[in-house]
Design a protein around this ligand. Structure first.
Ligand SMILES: NC(=O)c1ccc[n+]([C@@H]2O[C@H](COP(=O)([O-])OP(=O)(O)OC[C@H]3O[C@@H](n4cnc5c(N)ncnc54)[C@H](OP(=O)(O)O)[C@@H]3O)[C@@H](O)[C@H]2O)c1
Length: 296
């Protein structure tokens, strides 16, 4: 019986597979589901069972979930179509006999007004209706949403947002992946809804301070209105609807919607979550144009 991870070619899915291996799950028991099997040849060489899995191809779902004991559905990127894709994958896992379907969701998905959570709320409802044991991994905000913007922050000399002094309980993508691997490789998670976030929270002003500290370059926080932020994002080339949803996330941060104080993430991994300071330090060490000051 195997553990199937969808989106294994994506950042999070790949980290989940690596974490399962690190936890001692035999490679042959792990199915890495991906649309691009060739891209995961290095995992196949290590004995992982790499199978084609496309939410839009029912035959691939049936084949990928054959023999599944547990499945992790990593939320996809097809906005507007994700709910049917996720629920279809969960249904295929159930039909294959999986005894647990885990899904990567969003903070307080059933009650939040965060626009990004709408697909997750509908997906969770769809999975509940399937009558299969489930675990919802409600992942909070990734540090990487910010650290991958480091070159832009340095160029502009500012983090631009509309989150005010709202706090966000961010964590590293690898923290969330480790929590997912912990759930998939241990028992007792049926029906659990985990609200996952960093042990400590930060404001975007504090993010800017960390960037200044670790790059040696002055970066401030410039708070703008939500429409102004949308304009900045579309000006940077993002499609209007994406800019709208991202700017809404800052509104939600200002309202405390991404503040998560459950401790679920560190409890599942058995260690403190990655600190913002460490995440920024790592990003600064490799960002073009950053001095990479090592003090923390
Ligand atoms: N909490 C946060 O801050 C945050 C931030 C960004 C994204 N997210 C959500 O978390 C998910 C995982 O994050 P990530 O960083 O790993 O994103 P990512 O690197 O963009 O990976 C997303 C993966 O979704 C899979 N996917 C997309 N369409 C699919 C389809 N039709 N059928 C099967 N799989 C499909 C793909 O896997 P393959 O390439 O292997 O086919 C893709 O690589 C994202 O997709 C998004 O829903 C959360």
């Amino acid at each position: 019986m195997s553990i199937v991870v969808t989106g294994a070619g994506g950042h999070l899915g790949r980290l989940v597979v690596e974490n399962l291996l690190a936890r001692g799950v035999p490679a042959g028991r792990i199915v890495a589901g991906t649309r691009d099997v060739g891209a995961l040849s290095s995992l196949a060489e290590r004995g992982v069972d790499v199978r084609r899995l496309d939410f839009d191809d029912p035959d691939s779902l049936a084949a990928a979930f054959t023999g599944a004991e547990k499945a992790l559905i990593v939320s996809g990127t097809d906005f507007g179509r994700r709910v049917e894709q996720h629920v279809g994958a969960a249904r295929a896992a159930r039909d294959a006999g999986a005894s647990l379907v885990a899904y990567t969701s969003a903070p307080y998905a059933d009650t939040t007004d965060l626009l990004l959570a709408e697909d997750h709320r509908a997906t969770e409802a769809g999975i509940r209706a399937l009558d299969v044991p489930f675990t919802f991994l409600r992942n909070g905000w990734y540090f990487e949403n910010y650290t991958q913007q480091l070159p832009v922050y340095l160029q502009v000399g500012a983090v631009v947002g509309s989150a005010g002094e709202g706090r966000v309980s961010g964590a590293a993508r690898s923290d969330y992946a480790e929590a997912a691997a912990a759930v998939l490789s241990s028992d007792g998670h049926e029906g659990a809804v985990y609200e996952l976030g960093g042990d400590t929270s930060f404001t975007l002003s504090e993010l800017a301070e960390q960037i200044t500290k670790h790059t040696g370059q002055p970066v401030g926080y410039r708070d703008v209105t939500q429409p102004e932020l949308e304009a900045v994002l579309t000006g940077a080339g993002l499609p209007g609807p994406v800019a709208h949803v991202l700017a809404d996330t800052d509104r939600a941060i200002a309202a405390g919607r991404l503040l998560i104080d459950t401790g679920d993430l560190s409890r599942l991994t058995g260690r403190p979550t990655t600190s913002l300071s460490d995440a920024v330090a790592v990003a600064a060490a490799s960002a073009p144009g950053a001095a990479g000051v090592s003090a923390r």
